[in-house]
Design a protein around this ligand. Structure first.
Ligand code: URA
Length: 227
């Protein structure tokens, strides 16, 4: 076993994924050739840089009054994969980067288990500012902020979006259907295929559902391979 594969196995174990389950899924399905890594610091196109400036100075909803800073997104602005969460938490608000707290560490492990690196996918949230006390995003906030996400998607042109958790899925899909009804379906967000899975923060609280999350991620890999 080479080193990356050994590390991937360690991450799978950390996610609580039994080894026998991985053997049933051939590695060729799970690991594809990684696209070139382009860091966020790569020269940005005018549109992208302008969008970042616009988000940074946004005052369209009341969240600007309580944020430390906006959280635009991180990763490869030409990624094939886009992972979308709900909104920044306290750590993200402090550091200006999505998914940097404990949930972010689990997201990194999930990505690694899929054979992906954080730098090669794009990670963003529906909301670019932290709701105070980590309360749920309000519909008005989603409405104000969503155009930024749509412009990010238009620029990145991901092949597949993974919605992380119920709130992200509900905000994106404009539905109140329970997560159980949304998982396992190939959905679409403004024409881009979308798959719903559990939020890493939920998985930290409910590790018994990590296996189901892994099933979603395997399905997402298979979907990507078919695109
Ligand atoms: N939860 C989210 O949905 N997004 C983050 O960036 C962090 C935690």
């Amino acid at each position: 076993m080479n080193l990356p594969e050994a590390r991937r196995r360690q991450y799978l174990e950390a996610m609580g994924i039994p080894l026998w389950e991985r053997r049933s899924a051939p590695v060729t399905v799970l690991v594809e050739d990684a696209p070139p890594v382009v860091a966020e610091t790569a020269p940005a196109t005018g549109d992208w840089a302008a969008l970042q400036v616009e988000v940074r100075s946004c005052t369209q909803c009341a969240l600007h009054k309580t944020r430390t800073q906006t959280v635009f997104g991180v990763g490869n602005p030409k990624a094939r994969w886009m992972f979308i969460g709900e909104a920044p938490g306290a750590d993200e608000d402090r550091q200006g980067e999505p998914f940097v707290g404990r949930a972010g560490q689990l997201l990194n492990a999930m990505l690694f288990a899929m054979g992906l690196k954080r730098e090669e996918v794009y990670i963003a949230n529906v909301l670019k500012c932290r709701p105070p006390g980590n309360r749920d995003p309000q519909p008005g906030e989603v409405e104000q902020c969503e155009p930024y996400l749509l412009r990010q998607i238009a620029h990145i042109q991901p092949k597949l979006i993974v919605a992380l958790g119920r709130h992200a899925a509900h905000s994106l899909l404009k539905t109140e259907l329970p997560l159980a009804r949304l998982r396992g379906q190939q959905l679409s967000y403004h024409g881009t295929p979308l798959i719903v899975t559990y939020h890493p923060a939920y998985l930290l609280r409910t590790p018994t559902d990590k296996r189901k999350a892994w099933e979603d991620l395997v399905r997402a890999k298979a979907t990507m391979a078919s695109l």
